[in-house]
Design a protein around this ligand. Structure first.
Ligand code: UDP
Length: 492
């Protein structure tokens, strides 16, 4: 039996629009949806954010803050039945499992359907609409049964990647190619860009994923409109293309991370963080020159094996630029732990800070001493970097990250690529196609953090795009106005 717990965090009056937000239980999905919830609530909408007990624990300090500031957000906890796939109770987020559990996890996620429907039926304020993550296609049935308009939220995907994928799907161009390195130009795209099969991962193209793949695309086809975490000046040429392709209104409302203006909300975003760790990170950042530090992090899901971590460490050491590097708890085997604490950390202590586990990424990227970001090209990381004017070294690991890399490096000129290839859309810790040698790491770091004209030009472009991002979110900006129109379209 799935329990439903409704936390009456704030009391909702029944005069305004009521938006029900349903994120996928993964950090890259939950975080932008939580930002969206706050943004809508600040603009006067009543928001119910659907989550699960352990994911709610992660955002508890933010929930607390919402109560104190009387934001009309209700955080609703539905029990996530992990036990059904043999996982421990607290295993409620994609960052706690490895790739082999992804498919069963999506199947369990679908079981939230009945408790969600019950919650919506029982709620005293009828929902004006549901905004549901693109990977939650099961919400389509709930919306249909209750006659509630439903919007799909592509929070963790950029428009270039979505257009790219739609074109590949419709043209079936990859089906005709046996050679992974054969160059082709994607048809019907507004830009002429060379690609090859090795850089075009098909979404959900692994064995067993067809049903889920079809559900996701059907749920988009039957949605009322689409909400995107991007902004006009960043992906203008792809807005019209996608809108035409799916025949629906698009609402570009990002970059949502810019909702977080104060330090507390930047540092608490996505997870609790010990005060001690926060102080260590802040002191490290404060003790360096402006734009001198390279930040290295690969999001919440991608994991690297011990050999690759050591190779990366060696590259950073030789590059000899200040750095702050996040190594995930799941990556720290006894061997990696020994290497870090008995060897590497001692050797680089003047130059680098290694953080184990979660860090306040938004605080780090906002800090004036950070001048570069080595990233796996998750859409949130890219958007955060772009909106804060930080150029990137790109090291995509799986899924749309390879397409995002292309946007950053080839279209926007905001990054240096490490040249990895995509052969599967799922993360794989021992995938040799995403292996990078220390010499290439050193070269990329020197290139991005150096004083050559190319690096300076990239910094100028990054600063300009950050300016555009801020303007989009300010009063009168394109994303601000889209949020206004989106809310107005549901005013009672
Ligand atoms: N993040 C963070 N601290 C970490 C790791 C990740 O705050 O130590 C945040 C990051 O700022 C981003 C999200 O987690 O908002 C990761 O999303 P992204 O789309 O970049 O990658 P994914 O985790 O989905 O692969």
């Amino acid at each position: 039996m799935i329990e439903q717990m409704n936390l009456p965090m704030t009391s909702l009056s029944d005069k305004k629009a009521h938006f029900v937000l349903i994120p996928l239980v993964a950090q890259g999905h939950l975080i932008p949806m939580t930002d969206l919830a706050h943004l809508l609530a600040e603009r006067g909408v009543h928001v119910s954010l659907i989550t699960t007990p352990n994911n709610a624990t992660r955002i508890r300090p933010i929930v607390q803050r919402s109560i104190e500031t009387n934001l009309p957000i209700q955080f609703v906890e539905l029990k996530f039945p992990c036990a059904q796939i043999g996982l421990p109770d607290e295993c409620e987020n994609f960052d706690l499992i490895d790739g082999s559990y992804f498919l069963p996890f999506f199947k369990v996620n679908k079981l939230l359907r009945d408790p969600l429907e019950q919650y919506l039926r029982d709620h005293h304020i009828p929902p004006s609409c549901i905004i549901s993550d693109g990977c939650n296609p099961w919400t389509a049935e709930v919306a249909r049964r209750l006659c509630i308009p439903r919007l799909v939220f592509h929070g963790p995907s950029g428009l270039y990647a979505l257009c790219n994928y739609n074109t590949i799907r419709k043209s079936k161009i990859l089906n005709h190619l046996t050679d992974y390195s054969e160059q082709f130009v994607l048809p019907d795209m507004p830009l002429t860009l060379q690609s090859n099969k090795a850089n075009e991962p098909n979404f959900f193209n692994a064995p067993g994923w067809k049903e889920f793949h079809d559900d996701v695309f059907k749920a988009e086809t039957t949605a009322d409109s689409i909400v995107l975490n991007t902004f006009e000046n960043l992906e203008r040429q792809f807005i019209e293309l996608y809108e035409k392709g799916i025949g629906k209104k698009l609402w570009t409302v990002g970059p949502l991370n810019l909702y977080n203006k104060e330090e507390y909300s930047k540092s608490l975003r996505g997870n609790k963080l010990g005060a001690e760790k926060q102080e260590i990170v802040l002191n490290w950042l404060n003790s360096h020159e402006p734009k001198s530090i390279l930040y290295i992090s690969f999001g919440s899901i991608a994991r690297q094996n011990g050999l690759q971590l050591m190779e990366l460490g060696s590259g950073l050491e030789v590059a000899n630029k200040p750095f702050i590097w996040v190594v995930k708890e799941a990556e720290i085997t006894p061997e990696v732990d020994r290497w870090l604490s008995e060897d590497f950390e001692k050797r680089v202590q003047q130059k680098g800070l290694i953080c184990r586990g979660w860090v306040p990424q938004l605080s780090i990227l906002s800090h004036p001493s950070v001048g570069g970001f080595m990233t796996h090209c998750g859409w949130n990381s890219i958007l955060e970097s772009i909106s804060l004017g930080v150029p990137m070294i790109t090291w995509p690991q799986f899924a749309d990250q390879f397409t995002n890399e292309k946007l950053v490096v080839d279209i926007l000129g905001l990054g240096v690529s490490l040249g990895t290839k995509a052969l599967c859309w799922l993360p794989a810790v021992d995938d040799e196609t995403i292996w990078v040698h220390r010499e290439d790491i050193e070269k990329a770091v020197q290139k991005l953090m150096g004083e050559e004209e190319e690096a300076k030009e990239m910094r100028r472009r990054a600063a300009d795009m950050a300016d555009n991002a801020k303007k989009a979110m300010e009063k009168g900006g394109s994303s601000y106005d889209n949020i206004t129109r989106l809310i107005e379209s549901f005013m009672l």
